[in-house]
Design a protein around this ligand. Structure first.
Ligand SMILES: [Zn+2]
Length: 658
């Protein structure tokens, strides 16, 4: 929780973040609801009465609730603390049974080695998600094929104008005349993997002399996948394994002429890309048409861009987009393993969220409102209560699930906020209740926490990037500059550390276009949007641990602003930059091994999905630039030394202090 510059409280609710947080473990804590509002009892301090009759006073609506006798009181078994977290099997909605479905969209316009590796990975029944499967293949000349479980195939060609028109108009009826949806579903892993084995590649190893990109109808393939998705009682993941951009039909992002490269920032900024608006609009309409229970996950094997920018509206439901150089890449095989583990063991489905607050504090907004929430009830007249239903309910990696919220403070010093998150896991219903009683910190500025403000702002920018059709980062930079000015004016105690971290935020890749392609920019926005607060923060200012390590590694390590002097540091360093993890050394020693072990543990962990890039480099070698680019140049000279185009920190502070 952090207090911003204008009497708002920024709060990032991370319901499943804690180490020990087992979100499906049954607890003996009873959930006792207030008879008047929907708050739950959490605090022994609110109990009054005698040994014959105890009452608790609800702090949200002030009504008295009977608890009963002393014996009953002991049964409550609640910790006598200000914060209680309750996880309990809720008896209601126990009929919620959702079948798990997976649609594989496989791009066969790739070379033999690529496809063989992919087949090898998917051919392992243990490496498949649970449930039923369907298979759609992207084939040459704008063809897309639905592979039926009987072994038959139903091909569609985007070159036929009526098919192109049907996709453009999102006309599922047209396709339903040609296919029986039930016939497309494989019930058994064995028949499905057998089918996968028969896939054939359609491209020779690409050479520099190739003149044409293959006619790849990705838009048609994704639409067909949505047509196959069952309407009710299912959660469907549409997993696309792509090797290049869509070049034909709705969804087209690049010409088949290989001499015409896929759009760049410059072309987009000047409105010179002829596909951008059309294709983005198509995917927006497509996303709005898709059912809530569909999730789009992407595995992209390509060195170049494939059109993430245009289909970004589909990404709001997705928690998995990974891009790598090749399906042969370890990054793919390990990502896939973790993805399946998450799907089979960790993933959950959200139902609703309720936020209650005491009278002096009023909920203002949450940063994912436009994407995932739909308010089902406006503010109750008497108490501050908001309730939402989730539009896009699937969560792949609960540890990365966060809800940033903003509250406005009206009056009073002692306040309480209660979150009630209702979700499903393996068809079982749960409610997680987190109550946060707190005392307003005075003076206000002492409540400011840069570690919350930066992730909060990053999530705000990421949300804007993912939701806006307009392609523009300069307005965000201006917004941030104004925001920093506000902090500086209203919170005159911003420390040197705060300013340095703000400086890091201001030069974050999310606000700058240089050194990234439009697709990489979207990939980063998606990452920030779906990351824990600390991973967000590390993308601006990495966490650095020196070896030999004087602090306990398990203990909290303070985030220190990375000054330019670390460029010449000769220790073995472990560096966590959120999207990358680096080990840096001058000579390989036992310390380097320790740093590397630490890095590998984190990279392989399921929680750090999507998998960060691993960089192992000697000081001064080419890969070291990733580290150097994150160092803060204090002066002009240091800017030159680090080879950065950014204004040095001293210029930044002069500007801010004006
Ligand atoms: Zn109440």
């Amino acid at each position: 929780m952090s207090y911003d510059s204008s009497k708002n409280i920024h709060c990032i609710f991370q319901p499943f973040i804690k180490e020990e947080d087992d979100f499906i473990e049954k607890t003996s804590f009873a959930i006792i609801k207030c008879e008047n509002c929907s708050s739950t009892f959490h605090n022994f301090q609110n109990i009054e009465g005698t040994s014959h009759q105890y009452n608790w006073v609800c702090e949200f609506c002030q009504s008295k609730n009977s608890i009963g006798t002393e014996a009953k009181l002991q049964d409550l078994n609640l910790p006598n603390s200000y914060t209680a977290e309750l996880v309990s099997r809720s008896k209601t909605n126990s009929t919620h049974i959702r079948e798990k479905r997976s649609i594989f969209v496989i791009d066969c316009l790739t070379n033999e080695i690529e496809l063989e590796t992919l087949k090898l990975v998917l051919n392992n029944p243990e490496a498949l998600p649970e449930g039923k499967y369907a298979l759609i293949t992207i084939e040459p000349k704008g063809n897309v094929v639905i592979n039926l479980s009987s072994g038959k195939t139903v091909p569609f060609s985007i070159e036929q104008s009526k098919i192109e028109k049907a996709v453009k108009n999102l006309d599922d009826e047209f396709f339903l005349k040609h296919i029986t949806v039930g016939a497309a579903w494989f019930d058994s892993k064995i028949t499905f993997t057998r089918k996968i084995k028969t896939l054939k590649p359609f491209a020779k190893k690409e050479t520099a002399r190739a003149k044409k990109r293959p006619k790849r109808a990705t838009g048609l393939a994704l639409f067909l996948a949505s047509v196959l998705s069952p309407h009710k009682n299912c959660n469907t993941h549409i997993m696309s394994f792509l090797s290049g951009p869509c070049t034909i039909g709705p969804g087209k992002v690049a010409s088949t002429d290989i001499k015409k490269p896929i759009r760049s920032h410059d072309q987009l900024d000047s409105g010179r890309d002829k596909y951008f608006i059309k294709t983005t609009t198509f995917y927006e309409e497509f996303n709005a048409y898709c059912l809530d229970n569909i999730c789009f996950d992407f595995f992209i094997s390509s060195l170049d861009q494939t059109g993430l920018l245009e289909w970004k509206s589909l990404l709001t439901s997705s928690m998995s987009i990974t891009q790598f150089d090749s399906f042969n890449d370890e990054k793919f095989t390990e990502s896939w393993r973790n993805y399946i583990k998450l799907r089979n063991e960790f993933a959950l489905e959200l139902a609703s969220l309720k936020i209650l607050s005491t009278s002096g504090i009023v909920f203002k907004n949450n940063l994912i409102a436009d994407i995932k929430f739909q308010p089902t009830k406006t503010k109750n007249e008497r108490i501050n209560e908001m309730k939402w239903k989730f539009n896009k309910p699937l969560v792949l990696n609960p540890k990365n699930f966060v809800i940033p919220c903003e509250f406005e403070v009206h009056s009073g010093t002692l306040q309480t906020i209660q979150f009630q998150l209702h979700y499903y896991k393996d068809d079982q219903s749960y409610i997680k209740i987190v109550t946060i009683p707190f005392k307003l910190i005075q003076p206000w500025k002492n409540g400011f926490h840069i570690e919350i403000e930066i992730p909060f702002l990053l999530k705000k920018f990421a949300q804007q990037i993912l939701l806006k059709t307009i392609y523009d980062t300069s307005t965000m930079s201006e917004y941030l500059a104004a925001e920093i000015d506000m902090y500086e004016k209203n919170l005159p105690t911003l420390s040197d550390r705060d300013l340095k971290l703000f400086y890091q935020l201001q030069r974050s890749t999310i606000l700058l276009k240089r050194n990234t392609s439009p697709d990489e920019h979207i990939l980063l926005a998606h990452y920030l949007y779906n990351s824990s607060t600390s991973n967000c923060l590390f993308t601006c200012n990495p966490l650095m641990i020196k070896f030999p390590n004087d602090k306990s590694i398990k203990g909290k390590t303070d985030l220190i602003p990375l000054d330019a002097r670390f460029a010449t540091d000769s220790h073995s360093l472990f560096v966590d930059g959120g999207v990358f993890i680096m080990v840096r050394y001058t000579e390989e020693t036992d310390d380097t091994v320790k740093a590397k072990d630490m890095a590998m543990t984190i990279i392989k962990s399921v929680e750090r999905y999507p998998k960060p890039r691993f960089i192992y480099t000697m000081v001064g070698k080419s890969q070291d630039r990733f580290f150097k680019s994150k160092l803060i140049p204090l002066t002009e000279e240091e800017s030159v030394e680090l080879g950065t185009q950014d204004l040095p920190f001293e210029k930044f502070t002069q500007h801010v202090h004006k």
